[in-house]
Design a protein around this ligand. Structure first.
Ligand SMILES: [Zn+2]
Length: 584
């Protein structure tokens, strides 16, 4: 068996020979990486191989893609594949296709090759390395066939690197055990949904309560003192030997959006549980209490208010919200009582600032930045602040055929100008984004000039001054557009959240841990809100983002990540926890 240290010490020819088959019929990649040894870690080796491909000529990258066999193609049938490809295709059962599946794959192969000029490449061993089903392979194939060429070229290369990662693991006998455990747990609770299809886990529903009980059970098995608090947060403590030690809190939310992804939030709960289990098995204690919290509610699906779980920890849970009704007319208070909780006890959950060392949250990025940079993890600099408004425009509804163009007061045309204004004002400014996500002509007809139009505004930035300046200009612009067009406007501010900067001290401990894992530190802004944003009210916060596959899509069943990235994030988090122990 080849070891990682062998790879660093073999002569260049033997190094290339050892990596034969990692990249299909493309020994030039190992040849060019040989001179960059020694590598600090397996992660560093993978990145170096990836960088060689990035730096290669475009024709070489195309040749690398074309060196791959078609899935269940003629070469596979004729037994002409490399040993690696034969094994991988068999792991997905592609050698056992029905006649219909085989025909579907041949049609897809032909259409794909015709559109892109290279074969369809997919790491058929999948995100956890256990093998995708044939249905999943065919669905992915059909979905990717619709991509634009540049996007698909990038995705095909990422799949090539993922295949290389799996093959390197096999070569070196490495298994991302903690990462695979987290993926498996995410699959278990990811199957418990409020809906028949897809994952929906809204606050205090039966699926939500079952999920909480399971997370609590895993925490207990991992060696934590565990309870579910009055708001439904699952809290596990891995106690320090000194009872008077301070507490570091880590965690994220276990509720989901409708038809969401199974790693959003949950990764940040399950990864620390797996990590504590490993610490507990080794008998290793930290010099502070580590509290892993599965926050009951972050997404705002059932009662339209967000951060109920972390808000209870920071003492900002508004008891007035207990009377809020869900769509079925059930109050939050009743839902809490039905779940066996005591709503009156919620204020007592609040943590005291002086007891806390900080809060760290691991979360899937929910965007494409790390994916496009080929990096498994990144250090979050700040969570963007946001301003949201609802806008109602009132014009005059009149006949589409008889009202001359110059005499119209068209509310939708004004809205269209507003959409473009938001886009123009927020383009080209670093760390500022603006979106009109809702746009409607209530009661509109084909043959009537829109007399009313409603739209939403969502403006976010890392810097509050940048955001507020953009909001001011956009609101002034809306007034000007409406005045010019004879439209009456009404505005409601529905959200005003300040940016939450991460603590430089914690970012540096996290960044040093990333570098020790052999991965360059890369800092990025979180455009999405997270529990860390709420926790920043009472303590220093840090966040580690993990790479989000499938183009960075989240809040969607297609959200995905790999066991290897989860493993690396676990390694970084453990190093962070130990580093903090040395500092504390
Ligand atoms: Zn989330």
């Amino acid at each position: 068996m080849t070891t990682f240290s062998d790879l660093n010490t073999l002569d260049a020819i033997a190094f290339v020979a050892a990596l034969d088959g990692i990249y299909e019929h493309s020994p030039w990649i190992a040849q060019r990486a040989a001179g960059r040894r020694p590598f600090a870690s397996l992660a560093a080796l993978k990145l170096a191989l990836q960088e060689v491909v990035d730096a290669a000529h475009e024709d070489e990258r195309l040749a690398l893609l074309r060196a791959h066999p078609e899935l269940a193609g003629k070469a596979a049938i004729a037994g002409e594949l490399t040993a690696e490809s034969t094994g991988e295709q068999a792991a997905s059962g592609l050698n056992l296709c029905s006649a219909e599946e085989y025909a579907a794959l041949q049609r897809l192969n032909a259409a794909y090759n015709g559109k892109f000029g290279f074969p369809f490449i997919l790491a058929v061993k999948g995100p956890a390395g256990r093998g995708l089903t044939r249905t999943a392979v065919i669905d992915t194939f059909a979905r990717r066939l619709k991509h634009a060429r540049a996007d698909e070229l990038a995705e095909a290369l990422r799949q090539v690197h993922r295949i290389a990662e799996i093959r390197l693991n096999a070569l070196l006998g490495v298994t991302p055990g903690m990462g695979a455990q987290v993926m498996e747990w995410a699959d278990v609770i990811g199957a418990w949904s409020d809906a028949d299809a897809g994952l929906t886990c809204a606050y205090l529903t039966p699926a939500h309560r079952r999920t909480a009980a399971q997370i609590a059970a895993w925490m207990r098995d991992a060696g934590m003192e565990t309870h579910i608090d009055a708001v439904g947060n699952v809290v596990g403590r891995y106690a320090a030997r000194d009872p008077s030690a301070k507490t570091l809190v880590t965690g994220s939310h276990y509720d989901t959006v409708r038809n969401g992804g199974k790693y959003d939030g949950r990764l940040g709960i399950l990864l620390p549980i797996a990590l504590v289990r490993a610490l507990h098995e080794r008998g290793e204690r930290l010099p502070y209490h580590l509290d892993v919290v599965g926050f009951a509610e972050e997404e705002g699906v059932r009662f339209r208010s967000t951060f109920l779980g972390s808000g209870a920890l920071t003492g900002s849970f508004d008891l007035g919200k207990l009377d809020t009704l869900d769509d079925e007319g059930v109050s939050m208070r009743q839902a809490l009582l039905d779940a066996g909780h005591d709503p009156a006890a919620i204020p007592s959950i609040a943590r005291r600032r002086e007891d806390l060392l900080g809060f760290v949250e691991v979360h899937i990025e929910q965007g494409p930045v790390l994916l496009q940079r080929g990096l498994p993890v990144g250090v979050v600099t700040a969570i963007a602040g946001s301003s949201r408004y609802l806008v109602e425009l009132a014009g005059v509804a009149s006949h589409a055929g008889t009202t001359p163009m110059g005499m119209r007061r068209d509310a939708a045309a004004a809205a269209a100008e507003i959409v473009l204004l938001v886009e123009a004002r927020c383009s080209g400014v670093a760390a500022l984004v603006g979106t009109v996500g809702q746009l409607a002509v209530p009661g509109g007809s084909v043959n009537v000039i829109p007399g009313a139009c409603t739209l939403s505004l969502d403006i976010r930035a890392a810097d509050d001054a940048v955001r507020l300046a953009a909001v001011d200009e956009i609101l002034a612009g809306i007034s000007a557009i409406c005045a010019r067009r004879g439209i009456e406007e009404k505005l409601w501010k529905i959200v005003e959240a300040e940016a939450a900067p991460c603590a430089p001290r914690l970012m540096d401990v996290l960044g040093a841990a990333v570098e020790r894992a052999g991965v360059p530190r890369f800092d990025l802004l979180s455009g999405a809100g997270h529990d860390a944003m709420e926790m920043a009210r009472i303590t220093d916060v840090a966040m580690l983002f993990t790479r989000c596959g499938n183009g960075g899509i989240s809040h969607n069943p297609l959200e995905t990540m790999t066991a290897d990235d989860a493993e690396l994030a676990g390694q970084v988090l453990l190093d962070f926890l130990r580093g903090l122990g040395r500092d504390a």
